[in-house]
Design a protein around this ligand. Structure first.
Ligand code: ZN
Length: 372
């Protein structure tokens, strides 16, 4: 199969951007206008929430109208029995999807990933083809694929950046989210932004109410559990977090109920990221965008801000933060550009540079310096 050239969906953002490919799966040539509709919906859903709304000039969306012989997607055979679980995990009630269904589609997407009926994955062969076809499309950084499957049954799946469903593909340059045409639109919007929260935002699932999923994931995709502490899910409480995440009660999640938990309340899924996930995704934008101008050196006065002791006894600590969080590994200079020692692990440096300025030379913005 030849490589299909991605088609830009809007006016090109030439400078400082990352690239998203919206890809058709299970659409026959006669069904491609339906894919076009859902590709637009997916782009709009992402651009409707922060931080993507404020960064719309940093995202280029492309369509890949890959045709399939068959309409719809396959269902994998249930490969074995998950110990202590039901044979196939089916929290969505998709009992019509429990048995193997074969389809001739462009990307081999299928239900029953990890024996979970609504969990979507793709074959190793086609996942490698995706890497071969588009791995270099982003000009050095990753490209983010959103594959829309031509079925209205609830289903989704995603990778984390650099971590593929198939472990034989190491350091993938494409990060994949797979979604279906679920209805109504509010559910579709939730699904695409949630899965993109995984594949772009590097955020983990914050829901914890499902022991069967926990068992199935541990049984079939144990390699994902190696990455036990993602940005928004941790083994210990950093302070102010919420108990329960990634399908178990023993982990901690950053937000109560933003779209990475997606708890369905009063007829609606949560829309958008809550704090701190929104700023974590902003960091991801800064990390993944290419062709961005350097912000250059920034100067901050560190004279007497927040000082609580007399100058002679003062041993101020300087905390460098970016988007409200300490920055690790920052280089700080005094006003003659002499390097000031900085403890990247503890995020403090001790200074005698009273009433002087500090210059911060970051790869990205540093928004504040605060003396304690
Ligand atoms: Zn998820």
């Amino acid at each position: 199969m030849s490589v299909i050239t991605p088609v830009l969906m809007h006016t090109e953002n030439v400078e400082c951007h990352f690239r998203v490919l919206i890809i058709a799966e299970g659409f026959k040539d006669t069904e491609m206008s339906t894919f076009d509709t859902y590709a637009d919906k997916a782009m709009d859903a992402i651009l409707d929430i922060e931080p993507f709304d404020s960064n719309s000039s940093k995202i280029n969306f492309y369509k890949v109208s890959s045709e399939s012989v068959d309409s719809g997607i396959a269902t994998r055979a249930a490969v074995d029995v998950c110990e202590d679980c039901e044979d196939i995990v089916d929290p969505g009630g998709n009992y019509n999807q429990l048995y193997e269904v074969t389809k001739d589609t462009h990307w081999d997407c299928a239900f029953n990933r990890a024996n979970s009926s609504y969990y979507l994955g793709m074959s190793l062969t086609k996942r490698q083809k995706l890497e071969d076809d588009y791995g270099d499309f982003a000009g050095g950084n990753r490209v983010f694929a959103i594959i829309i499957c031509n079925t209205t049954s609830w289903g989704g799946g995603a990778e984390f950046p650099g971590l593929c469903e198939h472990t034989s593909i190491t350091n993938p340059k494409v990060s994949v989210a797979i979604i279906n045409k679920v209805t109504p639109d509010a559910h579709f919007n939730f699904l695409v932004t949630h899965e993109f929260g995984h594949s772009f935002g590097d955020l983990d699932d914050e829901y914890f109410e499902d022991a069967e999923i926990a068992c199935a994931i541990e049984e079939h995709e144990n390699f994902l559990w190696v990455y036990a502490n993602r940005l928004n899910v941790k083994d210990t409480n950093p302070g102010g977090w919420y108990a329960g995440a990634r399908y178990v009660s023993s982990k901690w999640r950053a937000t109560d109920n933003d779209l990475m938990r997606g708890k369905y309340v009063s007829g609606a899924y949560p829309v958008g990221f809550d704090s701190p996930n929104e700023s974590l995704v902003q960091d991801r934008i800064d990390d993944e965008a290419v062709l961005c101008p350097s912000p250059g050196n920034q100067t901050f006065t560190i004279s007497a801000i927040g000082r609580t002791t007399a100058a002679s006894a003062c041993n101020d600590s300087l905390t460098v933060t970016k988007y409200g969080r300490p920055v690790v590994g920052q280089t700080i200079y005094d006003d003659t550009f002499k390097t000031i020692p900085f403890d990247g692990d503890n995020k403090y440096y001790k200074t005698s540079y009273k009433n002087r300025s500090a210059k911060v030379s970051p790869s990205g913005e540093v928004l504040s310096l605060t003396l304690c």
